[in-house]
Design a protein around this ligand. Structure first.
Ligand SMILES: NC(=O)c1ccc[n+]([C@@H]2O[C@H](COP(=O)([O-])OP(=O)(O)OC[C@H]3O[C@@H](n4cnc5c(N)ncnc54)[C@H](O)[C@@H]3O)[C@@H](O)[C@H]2O)c1
Ligand SMILES: O=C(O)C(=O)C[C@@H](O)[C@H](O)[C@H](O)COP(=O)(O)O
Ligand SMILES: [Zn+2]
Length: 373
């Protein structure tokens, strides 16, 4: 077991603050770290089949160490699990387990398990507690923090959900060691996002350390997760429910990205983080088209993803649709407001802002050119 102490990052919300603990060895201490949040002898744990195959024993041992027993619900892995049918399955499981409103359940897995279990916790008896134990880079740097929970529906991504904050987040950076390289890269896109939003120094850090992080550098992983969580915690503390526009900054690349995910059917063809990476490059290029950003900055972003062996260009997806079709997907975006769609654009690296004067027809024309170039 590692002796390195975890970093503790508070998410300061009025009256309901919680901690995100980041570091190696946390999974082995799950039971102890949760402490009084776990009130009963049995602890419902929702996970997916890949994670269960790797970490069942560690979780059971850590709970046994504090006299508790895990009760498992193991779901299929993948984005398609974030749907109505699996939501019903989680809720039926929690009801059968006799979960009360004051209890905490455990979401052990990536963003799919976290979003789904968090949403189930939000609606179970009008809200029970939950602990996020994120096991992907994406979930550690982004989805486990901030309380956005949701499922996908045929009309679009995350269209049914709730804001429901976890009671605790435990990000064990050791578990990233078993994550497939493709998933690691997808999660890394959301790390780079924080640099692009408002921290050019962090983007430069990504350029310097990203390849090492992806290759397995443990210190770089801990630093990336800690800095990303701190950045997200600051934004969420300022605008928990995305009402002032501050939290919308976290959506950089997502309007394009979610449209690409919809077009590829939420399949393994395109992971969320992969869509976000391409979406951020598109946002940068569209910002150049509007005369807001230097071409060199947009090129620098694409070059960084390419240096990390990631797709940066939408043409690499081989889509057969046109720009209008992608723009039509965007009309289901939750940022839509009285017929207009605010867009996250950039004046430079680390200078993202919410533009409210973007015409969807112009975006469709831009995408047409990008898809053909
Ligand atoms: N709520 C939010 O704020 C927020 C933020 C970003 C993304 N999201 C959502 O998160 C989802 C994507 O999450 P994700 O990228 O974590 O995908 P995921 O949950 O599907 O996990 C990716 C894959 O990695 C496997 N896996 C997980 N941990 C592992 C480990 N330690 N070792 C080996 N395999 C492991 C999983 O079984 C799965 O096959 C999307 O639905 C996205 O919309 C939500
Ligand atoms: O936490 C947020 O706020 C985000 O926007 C983080 C995103 O990375 C994440 O993908 C989120 O689920 C997207 O939110 P949505 O409101 O566009 O569904
Ligand atoms: Zn995202």
């Amino acid at each position: 077991m590692s002796v390195t102490e975890p970093a503790t990052i508070p998410v300061a919300l009025s009256g309901r603050s919680y901690e995100v603990r980041v570091g190696p060895g946390l999974l082995a201490r799950l039971g102890a770290e949760c402490g009084l949040l776990l009130r009963k002898d049995s602890v419902p744990v929702v996970t997916d089949a890949n994670v269960a195959a790797l970490y069942t024993d560690a979780v059971e041992a850590s709970l046994a160490a504090v006299g508790k027993q895990a009760r498992w619900l193991v779901l299929p892995a993948g984005e398609k699990t974030k749907d109505w049918a699996h939501l019903a399955q989680v809720i039926d499981f929690l009801l059968a387990e006799g979960v009360d409103r004051g209890d905490h359940i455990v979401a052990l897995g990536g963003g799919v398990i976290g979003d789904l279990t968090g949403f189930a916790a939000a609606v179970l008896k009008r809200g029970c507690g939950f602990v996020q134990v994120p096991t992907t880079l994406l979930a550690q740097v982004d989805s486990s923090v901030g309380g956005k929970t949701a499922i996908n529906v045929p009309m679009g991504k995350n269209l049914v959900g709730a804001f429901h904050q976890p009671g605790l987040v435990l990000a064990d950076t050791d578990v990233l060691g078993t994550l497939p390289p493709r998933e690691l890269r997808a999660g890394y896109a959301e790390v780079v996002k924080y640099g692009l939003i408002d921290d050019a120094n962090f983007f430069a850090w990504c350029e310097a350390k990203g390849p090492a992080l992806l290759a397995g550098d443990a210190a770089a992983r801990i630093e990336a997760v800690s800095r990303s969580v701190a950045a997200k915690a600051r934004v969420v503390a300022e605008d928990e429910r995305e009402t002032t526009g501050t939290r919308a900054l976290l959506n950089l690349g997502h309007t394009f990205g979610h449209a690409l995910e919809a077009e590829t059917g939420y399949s393994d063809t395109l992971l969320h983080g992969e869509a976000v990476a391409i979406g951020m490059v598109l946002a940068a290029r569209y910002s150049v088209r509007r005369g807001l950003m230097q071409q060199a900055d947009a090129d620098r972003i694409a070059a960084h993803f390419e240096a990390c062996d990631m797709k940066a260009d939408v043409t690499e997806l081989g889509l057969s649709c046109d720009g209008r079709r992608l723009a039509d997907h965007m009309l289901h975006d939750k940022k839509m407001d009285a017929g207009t769609l605010p867009f996250l654009l950039m004046r430079g690296i680390g200078q993202t802002f919410l533009a409210k004067d973007v015409a969807i027809d112009d975006v469709a024309a831009f995408l047409d050119r990008e898809l053909k170039s």
